[in-house]
Write a protein that binds this ligand. Sequence first.
Ligand code: MRU
Length: 352
Amino acid sequence: MSRRAKTLEWREGVLYLLDQTRLPAEVKVVECRTHQEVGEAIERMVVRGAPAIGAAAAYGVVLGAWEFAGEDEEGLWRHLEAVLERLRRTRPTAVNLFWALERMRRAALNRRGQGVQAIKEELEKEAHEIAREDVEANQRLGIHGAELVPAGSGILTHCNAGALATVDYGTALAVVREAHRQGKGIRVYADETRPFLQGARLTAWELQEDGIPVTLIVDGAAAYVMKKQLVQLVIVGADRIAANGDVANKIGTYGLAILAREHGIPFYVAAPLSTVDLRLKSGEEIPIEERSPREVTHIFDYRVAPEGVGVLNPAFDVTPNRLVTAIITDRGVVRPPYEENLRRLVGFPVLM
Ligand code: MRU
Protein backbone atom coordinates (compact mmCIF):
# COMPACT_ATOMS: atom_id res chain seq x y z
CA MET A 1 0.00 0.00 0.00
CA SER A 2 1.40 3.37 -1.03
CA ARG A 3 1.91 6.13 1.53
CA ARG A 4 1.34 8.74 -1.13
CA ALA A 5 -1.49 11.23 -0.94
CA LYS A 6 -4.06 10.66 -3.72
CA THR A 7 -3.90 12.65 -6.99
CA LEU A 8 -7.62 13.33 -6.73
CA GLU A 9 -10.36 12.31 -4.37
CA TRP A 10 -14.09 12.95 -4.26
CA ARG A 11 -15.63 13.22 -0.81
CA GLU A 12 -19.14 14.41 -0.07
CA GLY A 13 -19.49 16.81 -2.96
CA VAL A 14 -15.95 18.20 -2.90
CA LEU A 15 -13.08 17.38 -5.26
CA TYR A 16 -9.74 17.27 -3.43
CA LEU A 17 -6.67 17.68 -5.65
CA LEU A 18 -3.09 17.10 -4.54
CA ASP A 19 -1.42 20.40 -5.52
CA GLN A 20 1.23 19.34 -8.03
CA THR A 21 2.59 22.87 -8.33
CA ARG A 22 3.89 22.59 -4.74
CA LEU A 23 5.40 19.10 -4.72
CA PRO A 24 7.75 17.87 -3.43
CA ALA A 25 8.39 20.76 -1.04
CA GLU A 26 4.86 20.74 0.28
CA VAL A 27 2.13 18.10 0.27
CA LYS A 28 -0.92 20.33 0.04
CA VAL A 29 -4.46 19.54 -1.04
CA VAL A 30 -6.64 22.01 -2.97
CA GLU A 31 -10.42 21.86 -2.52
CA CYS A 32 -12.66 22.42 -5.54
CA ARG A 33 -16.33 23.14 -4.92
CA THR A 34 -17.25 24.63 -8.32
CA HIS A 35 -16.55 23.74 -11.95
CA GLN A 36 -14.71 27.04 -12.31
CA GLU A 37 -12.32 26.02 -9.53
CA VAL A 38 -11.68 22.72 -11.32
CA GLY A 39 -11.09 24.57 -14.63
CA GLU A 40 -8.57 26.88 -12.98
CA ALA A 41 -6.82 23.96 -11.26
CA ILE A 42 -6.36 22.21 -14.62
CA GLU A 43 -5.06 25.41 -16.24
CA ARG A 44 -2.61 26.06 -13.40
CA MET A 45 -1.51 22.40 -13.49
CA VAL A 46 -2.50 21.76 -9.88
CA VAL A 47 -3.71 18.57 -11.55
CA ARG A 48 -1.97 17.50 -14.77
CA GLY A 49 -1.25 14.44 -16.88
CA ALA A 50 -3.73 13.28 -19.51
CA PRO A 51 -5.88 10.74 -17.59
CA ALA A 52 -5.88 12.83 -14.38
CA ILE A 53 -7.08 15.87 -16.32
CA GLY A 54 -9.91 13.79 -17.79
CA ALA A 55 -11.05 12.45 -14.42
CA ALA A 56 -10.78 15.87 -12.73
CA ALA A 57 -12.84 17.45 -15.53
CA ALA A 58 -15.49 14.74 -15.12
CA TYR A 59 -15.85 15.69 -11.45
CA GLY A 60 -15.89 19.33 -12.58
CA VAL A 61 -19.04 18.54 -14.56
CA VAL A 62 -20.59 16.96 -11.44
CA LEU A 63 -19.83 20.11 -9.46
CA GLY A 64 -21.24 22.19 -12.33
CA ALA A 65 -24.47 20.19 -12.29
CA TRP A 66 -24.92 20.63 -8.52
CA GLU A 67 -24.41 24.40 -8.93
CA PHE A 68 -27.73 24.48 -10.76
CA ALA A 69 -30.43 25.04 -8.15
CA GLY A 70 -33.48 25.10 -10.46
CA GLU A 71 -35.99 22.34 -11.18
CA ASP A 72 -36.39 22.77 -14.95
CA GLU A 73 -34.42 20.35 -17.06
CA GLU A 74 -34.00 22.77 -19.97
CA GLY A 75 -32.32 25.23 -17.63
CA LEU A 76 -29.96 22.48 -16.45
CA TRP A 77 -29.09 21.58 -20.06
CA ARG A 78 -28.19 25.19 -20.88
CA HIS A 79 -26.07 25.38 -17.73
CA LEU A 80 -24.35 22.04 -18.48
CA GLU A 81 -23.41 23.16 -22.00
CA ALA A 82 -21.67 26.20 -20.49
CA VAL A 83 -19.91 24.02 -17.90
CA LEU A 84 -18.67 21.60 -20.58
CA GLU A 85 -17.47 24.47 -22.75
CA ARG A 86 -15.57 26.06 -19.84
CA LEU A 87 -13.80 22.78 -19.06
CA ARG A 88 -13.01 22.10 -22.74
CA ARG A 89 -11.11 25.40 -22.86
CA THR A 90 -8.59 24.42 -20.17
CA ARG A 91 -5.87 22.48 -22.01
CA PRO A 92 -5.93 21.52 -25.70
CA THR A 93 -3.53 18.61 -26.21
CA ALA A 94 -4.54 15.69 -23.97
CA VAL A 95 -7.51 14.02 -25.64
CA ASN A 96 -8.56 12.35 -22.38
CA LEU A 97 -10.09 15.70 -21.36
CA PHE A 98 -12.43 15.78 -24.37
CA TRP A 99 -13.07 12.04 -24.12
CA ALA A 100 -14.14 12.34 -20.46
CA LEU A 101 -16.30 15.41 -21.09
CA GLU A 102 -18.05 13.65 -23.97
CA ARG A 103 -18.69 10.63 -21.76
CA MET A 104 -20.25 12.93 -19.19
CA ARG A 105 -22.43 14.62 -21.81
CA ARG A 106 -23.69 11.25 -23.03
CA ALA A 107 -24.35 10.04 -19.49
CA ALA A 108 -26.54 13.10 -18.92
CA LEU A 109 -28.31 12.55 -22.25
CA ASN A 110 -29.20 9.01 -21.17
CA ARG A 111 -31.33 10.53 -18.40
CA ARG A 112 -32.97 13.18 -20.57
CA GLY A 113 -36.59 13.63 -19.57
CA GLN A 114 -36.14 12.02 -16.14
CA GLY A 115 -35.66 15.25 -14.23
CA VAL A 116 -32.86 17.35 -12.78
CA GLN A 117 -32.11 15.07 -9.83
CA ALA A 118 -31.76 11.94 -11.99
CA ILE A 119 -29.33 13.72 -14.33
CA LYS A 120 -27.20 14.98 -11.44
CA GLU A 121 -27.03 11.52 -9.90
CA GLU A 122 -26.15 9.91 -13.24
CA LEU A 123 -23.31 12.40 -13.73
CA GLU A 124 -21.85 11.60 -10.34
CA LYS A 125 -22.04 7.88 -11.08
CA GLU A 126 -20.30 8.36 -14.45
CA ALA A 127 -17.44 10.39 -12.96
CA HIS A 128 -16.81 7.60 -10.42
CA GLU A 129 -16.85 5.09 -13.30
CA ILE A 130 -14.27 7.09 -15.26
CA ALA A 131 -12.03 7.26 -12.19
CA ARG A 132 -12.41 3.56 -11.40
CA GLU A 133 -11.84 2.46 -15.00
CA ASP A 134 -8.68 4.55 -15.21
CA VAL A 135 -7.04 2.73 -12.31
CA GLU A 136 -8.07 -0.67 -13.65
CA ALA A 137 -6.84 0.15 -17.18
CA ASN A 138 -3.50 1.26 -15.77
CA GLN A 139 -3.07 -1.92 -13.78
CA ARG A 140 -3.77 -4.04 -16.88
CA LEU A 141 -1.43 -1.91 -18.94
CA GLY A 142 1.29 -2.40 -16.34
CA ILE A 143 0.98 -6.18 -16.59
CA HIS A 144 1.19 -6.13 -20.42
CA GLY A 145 4.15 -3.74 -20.36
CA ALA A 146 6.16 -5.57 -17.70
CA GLU A 147 6.66 -8.44 -20.15
CA LEU A 148 8.77 -6.10 -22.26
CA VAL A 149 11.12 -5.24 -19.39
CA PRO A 150 14.24 -7.42 -19.11
CA ALA A 151 15.48 -8.15 -15.57
CA GLY A 152 18.03 -5.67 -14.31
CA SER A 153 16.99 -2.93 -16.80
CA GLY A 154 17.61 0.76 -16.55
CA ILE A 155 14.44 2.50 -17.78
CA LEU A 156 14.51 6.07 -19.04
CA THR A 157 11.31 8.07 -18.64
CA HIS A 158 10.30 11.64 -19.35
CA CYS A 159 7.86 13.96 -17.61
CA ASN A 160 5.56 12.26 -15.10
CA ALA A 161 3.39 9.47 -16.43
CA GLY A 162 2.81 8.07 -12.97
CA ALA A 163 0.13 7.88 -10.32
CA LEU A 164 0.20 11.67 -10.20
CA ALA A 165 -0.74 11.89 -13.89
CA THR A 166 -3.64 9.47 -13.51
CA VAL A 167 -6.22 8.63 -10.87
CA ASP A 168 -3.67 6.12 -9.59
CA TYR A 169 -0.89 3.76 -10.63
CA GLY A 170 0.20 5.64 -13.76
CA THR A 171 0.88 4.58 -17.35
CA ALA A 172 4.63 4.47 -18.07
CA LEU A 173 5.13 4.13 -14.33
CA ALA A 174 2.49 1.38 -14.17
CA VAL A 175 4.91 -0.71 -16.22
CA VAL A 176 7.72 0.29 -13.88
CA ARG A 177 5.59 -0.54 -10.80
CA GLU A 178 4.65 -3.96 -12.13
CA ALA A 179 8.25 -4.81 -13.17
CA HIS A 180 9.42 -3.73 -9.70
CA ARG A 181 6.68 -5.79 -8.04
CA GLN A 182 7.82 -8.82 -10.03
CA GLY A 183 11.29 -8.37 -8.56
CA LYS A 184 12.98 -7.55 -11.86
CA GLY A 185 15.53 -5.30 -10.18
CA ILE A 186 14.88 -2.28 -12.37
CA ARG A 187 16.08 1.31 -11.93
CA VAL A 188 14.35 4.37 -13.38
CA TYR A 189 16.32 7.24 -14.89
CA ALA A 190 14.01 10.25 -14.70
CA ASP A 191 14.55 13.27 -16.96
CA GLU A 192 14.05 16.44 -14.93
CA THR A 193 11.72 17.72 -17.72
CA ARG A 194 12.16 21.46 -18.03
CA PRO A 195 10.39 23.82 -17.68
CA PHE A 196 7.72 22.51 -15.27
CA LEU A 197 10.08 19.88 -13.80
CA GLN A 198 7.55 17.03 -13.72
CA GLY A 199 10.47 14.57 -13.67
CA ALA A 200 12.46 16.21 -10.88
CA ARG A 201 9.53 17.24 -8.72
CA LEU A 202 6.93 14.56 -9.39
CA THR A 203 8.41 11.34 -10.85
CA ALA A 204 11.36 11.40 -8.44
CA TRP A 205 9.02 12.05 -5.50
CA GLU A 206 6.43 9.46 -6.45
CA LEU A 207 8.96 6.68 -7.05
CA GLN A 208 10.87 7.49 -3.89
CA GLU A 209 7.65 7.42 -1.85
CA ASP A 210 6.93 3.96 -3.25
CA GLY A 211 10.46 2.65 -2.71
CA ILE A 212 11.30 2.19 -6.41
CA PRO A 213 14.95 2.93 -7.33
CA VAL A 214 15.21 6.22 -9.22
CA THR A 215 18.07 8.36 -10.48
CA LEU A 216 17.38 11.92 -11.58
CA ILE A 217 19.17 13.31 -14.65
CA VAL A 218 19.04 16.64 -16.49
CA ASP A 219 17.27 16.46 -19.85
CA GLY A 220 20.56 16.92 -21.66
CA ALA A 221 22.01 13.75 -20.10
CA ALA A 222 19.68 11.35 -21.96
CA ALA A 223 22.18 10.63 -24.78
CA TYR A 224 24.92 10.13 -22.17
CA VAL A 225 22.99 7.48 -20.21
CA MET A 226 22.15 5.64 -23.44
CA LYS A 227 25.76 5.69 -24.67
CA LYS A 228 26.94 4.44 -21.26
CA GLN A 229 24.36 1.60 -21.49
CA LEU A 230 22.76 2.66 -18.22
CA VAL A 231 19.32 2.32 -19.81
CA GLN A 232 18.01 -0.57 -21.89
CA LEU A 233 14.62 0.89 -22.78
CA VAL A 234 12.64 4.12 -22.82
CA ILE A 235 9.02 4.22 -21.61
CA VAL A 236 6.95 7.40 -21.82
CA GLY A 237 3.26 8.26 -21.52
CA ALA A 238 1.12 10.04 -24.11
CA ASP A 239 -1.33 12.91 -24.28
CA ARG A 240 -2.83 11.91 -27.61
CA ILE A 241 -2.13 9.13 -30.09
CA ALA A 242 -3.32 9.64 -33.68
CA ALA A 243 -4.76 6.79 -35.79
CA ASN A 244 -1.39 6.23 -37.49
CA GLY A 245 0.43 5.83 -34.15
CA ASP A 246 2.03 9.29 -34.01
CA VAL A 247 2.33 10.25 -30.34
CA ALA A 248 1.98 13.65 -28.67
CA ASN A 249 3.72 13.76 -25.31
CA LYS A 250 5.70 16.21 -23.17
CA ILE A 251 8.15 18.43 -25.05
CA GLY A 252 11.44 16.58 -25.41
CA THR A 253 9.87 13.17 -26.05
CA TYR A 254 10.55 13.35 -29.81
CA GLY A 255 14.23 14.00 -29.17
CA LEU A 256 14.41 11.00 -26.84
CA ALA A 257 12.88 8.77 -29.53
CA ILE A 258 15.54 9.87 -32.02
CA LEU A 259 18.28 9.20 -29.47
CA ALA A 260 16.83 5.77 -28.68
CA ARG A 261 16.82 4.86 -32.39
CA GLU A 262 20.45 5.98 -32.76
CA HIS A 263 21.46 3.82 -29.78
CA GLY A 264 19.37 0.77 -30.77
CA ILE A 265 17.20 1.07 -27.64
CA PRO A 266 13.44 0.24 -27.77
CA PHE A 267 11.15 3.24 -27.36
CA TYR A 268 7.78 2.34 -25.79
CA VAL A 269 4.70 4.48 -25.25
CA ALA A 270 2.30 3.42 -22.48
CA ALA A 271 -1.27 4.75 -22.61
CA PRO A 272 -4.86 3.64 -21.98
CA LEU A 273 -7.14 3.51 -25.01
CA SER A 274 -8.81 6.74 -23.83
CA THR A 275 -5.64 8.47 -25.13
CA VAL A 276 -6.08 7.12 -28.69
CA ASP A 277 -7.82 9.57 -31.01
CA LEU A 278 -8.87 7.68 -34.14
CA ARG A 279 -10.48 10.84 -35.55
CA LEU A 280 -7.04 12.23 -36.30
CA LYS A 281 -5.17 10.68 -39.22
CA SER A 282 -1.73 11.77 -38.05
CA GLY A 283 0.10 13.73 -35.38
CA GLU A 284 0.09 16.79 -37.68
CA GLU A 285 -3.51 17.35 -36.58
CA ILE A 286 -2.85 17.27 -32.83
CA PRO A 287 -3.19 20.74 -31.27
CA ILE A 288 -0.04 21.62 -29.35
CA GLU A 289 -0.45 23.80 -26.27
CA GLU A 290 1.87 26.75 -25.88
CA ARG A 291 2.37 27.85 -22.33
CA SER A 292 3.51 31.08 -20.73
CA PRO A 293 7.07 32.31 -21.50
CA ARG A 294 7.42 32.81 -17.76
CA GLU A 295 7.81 29.03 -17.29
CA VAL A 296 11.04 29.32 -19.31
CA THR A 297 12.41 32.66 -18.16
CA HIS A 298 11.86 31.89 -14.47
CA ILE A 299 12.49 29.03 -12.10
CA PHE A 300 9.70 29.53 -9.61
CA ASP A 301 9.96 33.26 -8.86
CA TYR A 302 13.61 33.61 -9.84
CA ARG A 303 14.39 35.09 -13.26
CA VAL A 304 17.08 33.07 -15.08
CA ALA A 305 16.85 34.71 -18.54
CA PRO A 306 17.39 38.35 -19.52
CA GLU A 307 14.41 40.69 -19.51
CA GLY A 308 12.77 41.00 -22.93
CA VAL A 309 14.21 37.81 -24.51
CA GLY A 310 11.97 36.05 -27.05
CA VAL A 311 10.67 32.66 -25.82
CA LEU A 312 9.03 29.67 -27.48
CA ASN A 313 7.35 27.32 -24.99
CA PRO A 314 5.49 24.43 -26.65
CA ALA A 315 4.34 22.04 -23.91
CA PHE A 316 4.28 18.96 -26.16
CA ASP A 317 5.84 17.54 -29.31
CA VAL A 318 4.86 14.74 -31.67
CA THR A 319 6.95 11.60 -32.08
CA PRO A 320 6.43 10.02 -35.51
CA ASN A 321 5.14 6.43 -35.45
CA ARG A 322 8.28 5.05 -37.15
CA LEU A 323 10.29 5.81 -33.99
CA VAL A 324 7.82 4.04 -31.67
CA THR A 325 8.75 0.39 -31.04
CA ALA A 326 5.35 -0.46 -29.53
CA ILE A 327 2.39 1.11 -27.77
CA ILE A 328 1.46 -0.54 -24.47
CA THR A 329 -2.29 -0.29 -23.84
CA ASP A 330 -4.76 -1.74 -21.37
CA ARG A 331 -5.84 -4.19 -24.08
CA GLY A 332 -2.36 -5.38 -24.96
CA VAL A 333 0.82 -4.33 -26.75
CA VAL A 334 0.32 -2.80 -30.21
CA ARG A 335 3.08 -2.96 -32.82
CA PRO A 336 3.31 -1.50 -36.34
CA PRO A 337 1.49 -1.11 -38.64
CA TYR A 338 -0.33 1.09 -36.11
CA GLU A 339 -3.08 2.31 -38.41
CA GLU A 340 -4.38 -1.23 -38.80
CA ASN A 341 -3.51 -2.62 -35.37
CA LEU A 342 -4.84 0.30 -33.31
CA ARG A 343 -8.18 0.15 -35.13
CA ARG A 344 -8.35 -3.60 -34.63
CA LEU A 345 -7.58 -3.26 -30.91
CA VAL A 346 -10.03 -0.46 -30.26
CA GLY A 347 -12.58 -2.59 -32.12
CA PHE A 348 -15.22 0.12 -32.18
CA PRO A 349 -14.99 3.87 -32.69
CA VAL A 350 -13.57 5.53 -29.58
CA LEU A 351 -16.19 7.79 -28.03
CA MET A 352 -16.58 11.32 -29.50
O1 MRU B 1 1.85 19.12 -19.11
P1 MRU B 1 1.54 17.83 -18.40
O2 MRU B 1 2.31 17.65 -17.13
O3 MRU B 1 0.06 17.64 -18.21
O4 MRU B 1 2.04 16.72 -19.40
C1 MRU B 1 1.90 15.38 -19.06
C2 MRU B 1 2.54 14.45 -20.00
O5 MRU B 1 3.08 14.82 -21.01
C3 MRU B 1 2.42 12.99 -19.66
O6 MRU B 1 3.53 12.28 -20.13
C4 MRU B 1 1.15 12.42 -20.32
O7 MRU B 1 0.03 13.17 -19.96
C5 MRU B 1 0.92 11.01 -19.98
S1 MRU B 1 0.37 10.87 -18.34
C6 MRU B 1 -0.04 9.32 -17.94
